[in-house]
Design a protein around this ligand. Structure first.
Ligand code: GYE
Length: 319
């Protein structure tokens, strides 16, 4: 067979293009391209939650995943209804669930399992049989609470009366952050939680609760606020200022999430420390879906980490 120069060039180009497009197609599939995945999100109660939502949506778009998104507005009933609707439609390859509270998921998770639809838990946790979900991608909330307490006992030399602004009662994030914080301060007889009330992870509620505490408690007896998230901390800071006190000085402030607003507050000298919570859990969750669908075994927990920061500069240095 005689090859003309043109046919040789075409053959070479074909040899280069086919594997590349095959590789691209393979890479896309490894990313989940073409999959339909339902994402049941808690709501938009905090700046961190909004960042988390945006990051997951962006990651899905980047990967060519068809993401079905449901904002449950803090309602477990809405989350369960969304999951059941996706199961009824019969067109989801997997479901990603950020559970608002830990209890009440057994039935709907069993329904998904019975239909062979894998569920990945993200962010908060569920109190359900581990066989009912593939894995959980999340931070270690207990560790976050321990970090906050360790900073506080060091900052106060082990002498501090603490007001705790609790997250959503019954949520893993609130319960575990409290557990970790309480574990550490229990080692210091002069550090105790003197008031603990829920602000539901919401900024306005954090302000309301703190204002109420400041009006019913001698503020000079309050050494610090431990808020389960930055939004409630920022609300508390507003209340502290409106009570004529200096936040981060008269009353120390430590919280969790590391949202941009808390670093603005740090720059203004109005807050002391925050523990980072990564919003970038979409990637590991989508990777877990692909791995599961490829028949791979997965651990029941895929951790995302974060440190404690007392300045924007330290946080930026770790990016
Ligand atoms: O800290 C808070 C959000 O579930 C860990 O929920 C998450 C928490 C986060 O409302 O900002």
């Amino acid at each position: 067979m005689r090859f003309t120069k043109l046919s040789l060039v075409l053959l070479i180009l074909l040899a280069l293009v086919v594997p590349a497009s095959y590789a691209q197609e393979n890479e896309n599939e490894d990313q989940g391209a073409g999959l339909t995945i339902g994402f049941s999100q808690i709501g938009s109660e905090s700046a961190w939650r909004t960042s988390f939502t945006e990051a997951v949506i962006a990651e899905a778009a980047e990967r060519g995943i068809n993401l079905l998104f449901s904002d449950a507005q803090q309602s477990q009933e809405n989350q369960i209804a969304a999951i059941r609707a996706w199961l009824a439609q019969g067109d989801v390859d997997a479901i990603i669930l950020a559970p608002v509270i830990e209890s009440g998921w057994d039935s709907v998770l069993q329904e998904a399992a019975d239909m062979g639809v894998p569920v990945i838990i993200v962010d908060r946790n569920v109190n359900a049989d581990e066989s009912l979900y593939v894995t959980r991608v999340s931070s270690d909330f207990v560790h976050e609470g321990r970090l906050a307490a360790a900073w506080l006992v060091q900052e106060t030399s082990g002498n501090c009366n603490v007001v705790e602004l609790y997250g959503t009662v019954g949520s893993a994030a609130a319960e575990d952050r409290h557990t970790g914080f309480a574990e550490v301060i229990a080692l210091f007889s002069n550090v105790q939680i003197i008031q603990s009330q829920t602000g539901n992870f919401v900024r306005t509620e954090g302000k309301q609760v703190m204002a109420s505490i400041l009006s019913s408690t001698d503020p000079s007896t309050i050494c610090a606020v431990f808020a389960h998230n930055d939004d409630m901390a920022i609300g508390a800071i507003e209340a502290i200022k409106e009570a004529g006190l200096v936040p981060a000085v008269d009353i120390l402030v430590v919280s969790v999430d590391a949202i941009p607003d808390i670093f603005d507050s740090m720059d203004a000298g109005e807050t002391n420390a925050t523990v980072e919570l990564s919003p970038f859990m979409g990637g590991p969750a989508f990777d877990a879906v692909v791995a599961y669908l490829n028949g791979e075994e997965l651990p029941k927990w895929i951790p995302v980490g974060g440190g404690l920061y007392t300045s924007r500069a330290d946080y930026d240095a770790d990016r």
